[in-house]
Ligand binder design. Structure first.
Ligand code: AMP
Ligand code: MG
Length: 380
């Protein structure tokens, strides 16, 4: 019997998971959030440092195990934000030194993929859509190959950035999904698929320009001085009201309606959220479908926080049905960043003797820019 403890800390979430013989027996996570603005790496690292012991002991409690029962400590080695990765590694090394157990280094993206085995997907193409990463991955000849990816920003960061510009805090994705459900008008946006890859920064600029037209620009709290080019366009009273009320004031208010063109319909932030989802998710589904066609695989697996989005899941389902493929969607707790996926992948590596003994932990380090296709897969 093997018991592996996994530590996740690559960005916003500090998580500890425990796996016993391929079964998740604990998955405790705490996520750094903001009311306005995005992730500040040092603040997120501080969040991890402050919460690590509580999360760790809660995970042990949930698993019903003692520290001495643990066979190895796995941690997310990369990719991720360096200050956050360091917190996770420091904690892993602290435990390794205390318990005299081996350490297992896990690639975060591959952990998102491997936890998909719980859905019984056997050889899928994975659409991996998270904050910093957007990749279409499939196994081929000893590595998880990237068949397509974003050429600039990850789709989660893209959505969060759009949300932030509309005055919504981090993570913006869930609020944008709610707004999109109220959207009625499709507003045309650029569609940027380049071969198997996608590009998002131009669409983001376009969305920001459209948001400016709506006049919904409150990236700063009321006390903060706004850049001069924004001040002229903003009703300051409304700005302060928005900052106090958050997004609630946006949808209903007639003030936030902008004309698209002389004879065009008006649109709201909800319309933009809806149009953004329809456009960008179609780009993701198109490239995922191309990877299915290219590899001849018959399974599509979703992973990453953006895969929690019900419209993206629905669009993937339709595509899979049309081409006779099967869609696999892990439980929400395993889609977003979590400690369980690190423990789960850690166990696979540990059983394959891919670990470092406690006396050699000085050889272990973080790899903030580690790519999925750099990692050799020796266990397949
Ligand atoms: P991850 O890094 O895999 O935990 O994913 C985090 C990202 O997922 C953040 O950018 C969130 O805004 C995004 N996200 C979470 N839930 C949703 C949702 N329902 N719709 C769209 N994006 C989401
Ligand atoms: Mg992730």
């Amino acid at each position: 019997m093997t018991i592996i403890l996994g530590i996740e800390s690559t960005a916003h979430t500090f998580g500890v998971g425990v796996v016993r013989n391929g079964k998740i027996i604990a998955n405790k996570n705490k996520t750094y959030t903001t009311k306005a603005g995005g992730i500040i790496p040092m603040e997120s690292a501080k969040h991890h440092c402050e919460n690590k012991h509580e999360i760790y002991f809660e995970a042990l409690d949930d698993a019903g195990i003692k520290e001495k029962d643990i066979d190895a400590i796995a941690f997310s080695q990369g990719p991720g934000l360096a200050p956050c990765l360091i917190e996770g590694m420091k904690f892993a090394k602290e435990l390794v030194t205390k318990l005299k157990k081996p350490i297992v280094s896990v690639n975060h993206c591959i952990a998102h993929l491997e936890i998909g085995r719980l859905t019984k997907a056997s050889d899928p193409v994975m659409l991996y859509v998270s904050g910093a990463n957007t990749q279409i991955i499939a196994y081929e000849s000893g590595k998880y190959r990237i068949f397509g990816e974003t050429l600039d920003i990850g789709v989660g960061n893209f959505i969060d950035n759009f949300a932030r510009y509309a005055g919504i805090g981090f993570p913006g994705g869930p609020t944008i999904e709610k707004l999109a459900k109220k959207g009625k008008n499709y507003i045309e946006l650029p569609y940027k698929v380049k071969g198997m890859d996608i590009a998002l920064s131009g669409i983001l600029t376009n969305l920001k320009q459209k948001l400016e037209k709506i006049g919904k620009l409150n990236p700063a709290p009321p006390t903060q001085k706004l850049p001069a080019h924004l001040c002229s366009q903003i009703d300051k009273k409304q700005l302060m009201k928005n900052a106090r009320n958050g997004i609630k004031s946006v949808n209903s208010s007639k003030k936030f309606r902008a004309k698209r063109g002389k004879n065009d319909r008006e649109y709201t932030l909800s319309d933009l959220a809806y149009s953004m989802q329809e456009t960008v998710f179609a780009m993701l589904v198109e490239t995922a479908e191309r990877a299915l066609a290219h590899t001849g695989k018959k399974e599509l697996l979703l992973g990453g926080g953006v895969a929690c989005n019900s419209r993206l899941q629905e669009m993937c389902k339709i595509m899979c049905k049309e081409r006779g493929a099967k869609l696999f969607v892990p439980e929400k707790q395993f889609l977003q960043d979590n400690g369980a996926m690190v423990a789960y992948t850690g166990e696979i590596l540990f059983n394959n003797r891919d670990y470092i003994k406690s006396e050699d932990i000085d050889n272990v380090d973080i790899v903030p820019r580690q790519r999925t296709d750099q990692v050799e897969i020796k266990y397949k």
